[in-house]
Design a protein around this ligand. Structure first.
Ligand SMILES: O=C(O)C(=O)C[C@]1(C(=O)O)C=C[C@@H](O)C=C1
Length: 367
């Protein structure tokens, strides 16, 4: 018998004893009292563990408790994370901003990273997320940066170029789009969504609604709101957005690539410690002369750094000059990363280390 088996059988025995003595109502009372006690305890801890450390602890606990076979692991971990984030929000009025309204994919990613109980501040554009964090109205922000089908999110990269902003984490979210409307499919004359979402469903829309006009709006949830106001209009948006606005699901999982995943960057000033599985994001500009970029690339090669992403972006200042976004595995506190950054200083006209943070995994990769 392992320690775990012993713990579980003891818990099960205790569970049976409880069942014999108390009612569900009294268990609810106790749960509520423990939640209040937890929030008070959080308030008394000025040096609280980070949300991500807390969530890792909760994941491990959920995995252990799910072995009883009574409640499954995601149910236990999501509920505990919800309580943990609500306890934080109760004692700390820091906001997380994202491209809203509620139930946009950015909101779903923010809930995955910060927990459902966090204080959220939806805003109307990606630029407004950056401004909110820059002004200090929000402590953190969450922005889409890259999609597996559609590539980089231009609005986000453009804001990194214009605003000095740090990245302190990332979230990977599988994106399953839905066609949502009050009207039946044959009456849909217009499909609205954010350009990225329309692009991720381009083939499905061309094949299934070839006559419909495609209209770009500020977010997928904005599209769902319009579809709820106007018969004949459909939205490409999340299922929770469709539920919120009372829309019918006309088509489910309409993304062209079943493995459609968007990566979100978490904006904020936190500086996560190395975990052993980190990446570093860098933004730089090289002098406008032949071979300048090739020379910079040798710096990464010489330090044996593995580049996981590279994107070029036109400089807003000078036509035909480019900035480069690079992500590499490793933390800025690792010698090889630090040496590379020091060498880059001598060979670039602009250099920003956006941040070092843990590499995100999809739920199925995390186990
Ligand atoms: O409109 C939303 O729901 C968003 O959160 C934005 C966004 C994006 O721009 O990439 C996020 C994820 C999906 O890829 C589609 C849309």
């Amino acid at each position: 018998m392992t320690t775990n088996d012993r713990t579980h059988s003891e818990e099960e025995r205790q569970g049976e004893d409880v069942d014999a003595q108390v009612s569900i109502d009294s268990i609810d009372h106790q749960l509520a009292q423990w939640m209040i006690r937890r929030a008070r305890m959080v308030a008394q801890q000025p040096d609280r563990e980070t949300t991500q450390a807390e969530f890792s602890r909760i994941e491990a606990l959920a995995a252990e408790c799910s072995q009883t076979g009574v409640l499954d692991r995601p149910m236990i971990s999501e509920t505990l994370k919800h309580i943990a984030s609500a306890c934080r929000a109760a004692v700390d009025s820091q906001y997380v901003s994202f491209l809203g309204p509620q139930y946009s994919y950015s909101h779903l990613a923010a809930m995955k990273y910060f927990g459902e109980g966090a204080n959220f501040a939806p805003v109307a554009t990606i630029a407004a997320v950056f401004e909110s964090v820059h002004r200090g109205d929000s402590r953190s922000g969450l922005v889409p940066i890259e999609n597996s089908t559609d590539g980089r999110v231009v609005d986000t990269l453009g804001m990194f170029v214009r605003r000095h902003m740090r990245i302190c984490g990332e979230v990977l979210l599988p994106i399953h789009h839905n066609l949502l409307s009050l009207s039946p499919r044959e009456e849909i004359r217009e499909v609205q969504s954010k350009p990225q979402a329309l692009s991720q469903c381009r083939m499905w829309l061309a094949g299934n609604l070839p006559q419909a006009k495609l209209v770009e709006v500020s977010s997928t949830t904005a599209a769902a709101m319009h579809a709820a106001d106007t018969p004949g209009v459909a939205a490409v948006a999340s299922l929770p957005a469709g539920r919120k606005y009372g829309l019918n699901v006309i088509g489910e999982n309409i993304e062209d690539n079943a493995n459609n995943v968007t990566r979100f960057a978490v904006l904020g000033t936190d500086e996560p410690e190395p975990t052993g599985n980190d990446k570093t994001s860098i933004l730089f500009q090289v002098p406008h002369r032949p071979g300048a970029l090739a020379e910079v690339m040798t710096i990464f090669r010489d330090q044996s750094l593995n580049l996981t992403w590279i994107e070029s972006f036109p400089s807003p200042q000078s036509r035909s000059e480019y900035l480069f976004f690079v992500e590499l595995t490793g933390h800025i506190r690792h010698k090889s990363v630090l040496h590379a950054v020091e060498s880059l200083r001598g060979q670039t006209t602009r250099l920003e280390v956006l941040g070092s943070y843990p590499i995100a995994l999809l739920d199925e990769e995390a186990g």
